[in-house]
Design a protein around this ligand. Structure first.
Ligand SMILES: Cc1cc2nc3c(=O)[nH]c(=O)nc-3n(C[C@H](O)[C@H](O)[C@H](O)COP(=O)(O)O)c2cc1C
Length: 364
């Protein structure tokens, strides 16, 4: 039996296997609105045989976009545009669909990656950014404004409103984006959060906004659907957010009833020292999983081979794996993994009945 192809639950949401398509920004929206690109891109990924498709970081307010081309879900127009795409995709999809909701904070107002991804001034089509503290990501960026309590409350409300819209669109899962140096991660890390109110300082205070947003989203998103959180388990910078703090946050989320934790890393600081290689983030997932009682843990990061994915699960380091680049490169990855892993132990008397269309199904 393959672990990768064993069904699982994220809360009340059932997945037919443990391959998750990780959220991937497409920078192909117009004023936050989905375009035909999304129909094509999500359409083919939704037929790939994975257990779940989580669509890209979707901004809860316009100022929360990484680039002017980011997808958004902040008003009726953005909801309507996404509805047209998602209705078509869901008509044929063979898997549940989730959406990642996020806010870029001080990493907003940038150009698309294929034009270098640099900071955009208002004259270049960018906008004033905001963050927990007035500390830019890099010295080339405009300084963000430190968020007032009133703005924090507005952003919290924006997550709630987007989650309500996501439910209306038929999404079965919301993933709160607290990774990769974006706004919620900026609140978690002591490197970017130097506030002296109840949202800064102690670990408890830095975790407050993520936990509040989780609670609010959970409150409005139906119980039979899943709500999870994606984190960066480490800033990879001395004195930054790290595995021990990630475990503390994961425990708090588990206690709050969170349906899963999705364990990535990095993105908060240009000073990060990462050595990237196969499974490079899996030890973080394993460390968090060891501290959990029930909450499923998703590992991600340079997982490219079927057997590699299977081993992560059978060794108990994670409950599911997510793939980003491997799915873009080979959108039939789950089929190929199934052909490799899901071998049936049939008796030799019956080997001649192996169907032509699934050659390799039997473990001859
Ligand atoms: C094109 C592209 C877009 C991405 N956009 C997002 C995103 O919207 N949200 C997010 O949390 N991570 C995003 N990521 C990171 C991936 O979800 C994933 O964590 C990372 O690529 C490592 O996994 P991989 O080695 O399987 O690609 C993106 C990655 C790629 C390649």
């Amino acid at each position: 039996m393959s672990q990768l192809f064993t069904p699982m639950q994220l809360g009340k949401l059932s997945l037919s296997n443990r391959i998750i398509i990780a959220p991937m920004c497409q920078y192909s929206a117009e004023q936050g609105k989905a375009t035909p690109w999304h129909r094509i891109h999500l359409g083919h990924l939704s037929l790939s045989g994975a257990g779940l498709l989580i669509i890209e970081a979707t901004a809860v307010e316009a100022a929360g976009r990484i680039t002017p081309q980011d997808l958004g879900l902040w008003d009726d127009e953005t909801e309507q545009a996404l509805a047209e795409t998602i209705n078509d995709v869901k008509r044929y999809a063979t898997m549940p669909l989730g959406i990642q909701l996020g806010h870029a904070g001080r990493k907003a107002s940038c150009d698309v990656p294929w034009r270098g991804g640099g900071f955009l001034t208002p004259q270049q089509g960018g906008w004033q950014t905001s963050a927990p503290s007035a500390l830019p990501y890099s010295e080339n960026d405009g300084a963000p404004l430190a968020l007032t309590k009133a703005r924090i409350a507005e952003i919290k409300q924006a997550f709630i409103d987007s989650a309500i819209r996501a439910d209306r669109l038929g999404f079965e899962l919301v993933e709160i984006h607290a990774a990769h140096g974006y706004l919620l991660h900026q609140f978690l890390s002591p490197l970017s959060n130097q506030r002296d109110d109840e949202y800064g300082g102690s670990l408890e205070n830095r975790m407050r906004l993520v936990l509040e947003i989780y609670d609010e989203v959970r409150r409005v998103f139906p119980r039979d659907k899943a709500v999870g959180v994606r984190i960066s388990a480490s800033d990879w910078v001395e004195g930054g957010w790290d595995e021990a703090q990630s475990i503390a946050l994961s425990k708090a989320l588990e206690a709050a009833g969170c349906d899963y934790i999705h364990v990535s890393s990095g993105g908060l600081s240009p000073q990060q020292q990462i050595s990237v290689g196969p499974n490079y983030q899996v030890p973080f997932a394993a460390g968090i999983k060891a501290a959990m009682t029930t909450m499923p843990v998703i590992a991600v990061g340079l997982i490219t081979e079927a057997q590699q994915a299977e081993s992560i699960l059978t060794s108990g380091q994670a409950d599911a794996i997510a793939l980003a680049r491997a799915m873009l490169y080979d959108p039939r990855w789950p089929w190929h993994a199934a052909a490799e892993l899901v071998k049936v132990q049939a008796p030799p008397q019956y080997w001649r009945c192996e169907p032509h269309e699934v050659k390799g199904l039997f473990n001859l």
